[in-house]
Design a protein around this ligand. Structure first.
Ligand code: ARG
Length: 470
């Protein structure tokens, strides 16, 4: 980025404002207040917004058709320059908006100076951020879908793969691996819904609010909204320039999605540890240790878990940014960009890599099944069996607790106790109890909507596939 002020009349920052200022801005203030280092990322949205504004100004007779043509010509040149990395961003011109406008004026003269009629950077920046974010939202929606599809594809293979389900991190009841994966699909499906809902409020046009109070030019705001694909127009000019709720909402969505990623990552890390040994990850997602030759570490999952911290942090930053801001625009708002940009980048990269990694999970069915056999996971099934024989549930619960205690003392599973021993806890117990005590019997018994029975899980796989198709 150039710091050169000599070649451009606008490059002496104070000259960009007015004759009111009698000395140049201090070097330090210039650096402190500039945002062009990061907001140049908004250039495409800035140019699209300007073109829509100019076209409307011409249609309304505020500027001449010839001015519009000149603005379009200049902007086309600027798009080219930026695209080819030839555009010279100047720190002295503070931000993306002033940089582009100054270049336009250098290219086309007076027509460039007419572009800002009926507009302020306050409604301009709000428009740019919304336009840019809308594009990113649409890309994230695709990534969220791919994430769900990866999980559903893996689940489709494992409706009969038994693993221990946990509560309190203690073995609770057998579930299928597919059922467990589909729990995450539910989470990401809600994220996708939230994102679609946020989009509606992102996609409202602030332009026309000008600095804060609206403008005296006969602008056609609806026309600009239509040109730019906005669903509607912000209805209060003060709110239009000061509102950043859309950023807060987006950031909340992203924080929740990253929390989901983080939970999944935590499980992947646990499952891959030697103590679980439930899964293996493809080598390309693992790293080694510089000192311990035997190590293969699930770094990607750990980083994804760690990166949830910064996205949650950005939400806090944005909430704090807005808290206590009086109406309307305040320079504080310039601080909305970096958290927002990093949130988008972190979430996009994380979803992309997690979807790929999930696709490469190798499942160690035997280890999962052995683990499920360890913690008396079918104790509830024995209690339910007794209830079916007429016992009140609380009594059945008590009888099974005694059975588990004896099995624990003998170091065996419930299914390994002889029938006679089991009958000692309740005489109603018969030979058919052993079917109930198997992991597969336990799974198959939970054959209700939302349950872990393979038939239910396969129905959910089909539902998700239909939902995610197209
Ligand atoms: N760079 C500024 C921002 O990001 C643009 C708006 C500046 N408006 C102003 N009145 N100083 O918020």
């Amino acid at each position: 980025m150039s710091d050169d002020r000599s070649s451009d009349p606008l490059a002496n920052k104070h000259a960009a404002w007015s004759a009111l200022f009698s000395e140049p801005m201090s070097e330090l203030v210039q650096r402190y207040t500039a945002s062009v280092g990061f907001d140049q990322r908004l250039w495409r949205a800035d140019i699209d917004g300007s073109l829509a504004h100019a076209e409307m100004l011409a249609a309304q007779g505020v500027i001449a058709a010839n001015d519009l043509a000149e603005i379009q010509r200049g902007m086309a040149k600027i798009v080219e320059e930026i695209g080819e990395g030839r555009f010279e961003w100047k720190l002295a011109l503070e931000d993306v908006h002033l940089n582009i406008e100054a270049r336009l004026t250098a290219l086309v003269g007076d027509a460039g100076k007419r572009l800002h009629t009926g507009r302020s950077r306050n409604d301009q920046v709000a428009t740019d951020v919304r336009l840019w974010l809308r594009g990113e939202i649409d890309k994230l929606a695709v990534l969220l879908k791919a994430m769900q599809q990866a999980l559903v594809a893996l689940a489709a293979e494992h409706s009969e793969t038994v693993m221990p389900g946990y509560t309190h991190m203690q073995v609770a009841q057998p579930v299928s691996f597919a059922h467990h994966l589909l729990a995450y699909v539910e989470m990401f499906a809600r994220d996708a819904e939230r994102l679609a809902d946020v989009r509606k409020r992102v996609n409202q046009l602030p332009l026309g609010a000008a600095a804060l109070a609206g403008t005296s030019y006969p602008l056609d705001r609806e026309r600009v909204a239509k040109t730019l694909g906005f669903d509607g127009v912000c209805q209060n000019s003060l709110d239009a320039v000061s509102d950043r709720d859309f950023a807060l909402e987006f950031s909340s969505f992203a924080a929740i999605a990253m929390v989901h990623v983080s939970r999944l990552s935590e499980e992947i890390v646990l499952w891959m540890s030697q103590n679980f040994g439930f899964i293996d990850l493809a080598d390309r997602y693992c790293t080694g240790s510089s000192i311990m030759p035997q190590k293969r570490n699930p770094d990607v999952a750990e980083l994804a878990r760690g990166k949830s911290g910064r996205v949650v942090g950005h939400l806090m930053a944005l909430l704090t940014l807005m808290k206590g801001q009086p109406l309307t625009y305040n320079k504080d708002n310039q601080e909305d960009k970096e958290p927002l940009f990093d949130t988008v980048d972190t979430l996009a990269d994380t979803l992309r890599i997690m979807a790929e990694m999930v696709g490469g999970i190798q499942v160690k069915k035997d280890a999962m099944e052995r683990a499920a056999l360890k913690g008396y996971a079918t104790a509830t099934d024995l209690a339910d069996y007794l209830v079916k024989k007429g016992l009140p549930f609380r009594d059945a619960h008590e009888a099974v607790a005694h059975a588990v205690k004896v099995a624990l003392q003998q170091g065996v599973d419930l299914a390994e106790l002889p029938l006679a021993t089991l009958q000692g806890f309740n005489p109603e117990i018969a030979e058919d109890v052993f079917e109930v005590l198997t992991l597969r019997g336990s799974l198959a018994a939970r054959n209700l909507l939302g349950g872990t029975a393979p038939a239910q899980v396969l129905a959910q796989v089909a539902r998700h596939r239909a939902r995610l198709a197209g």
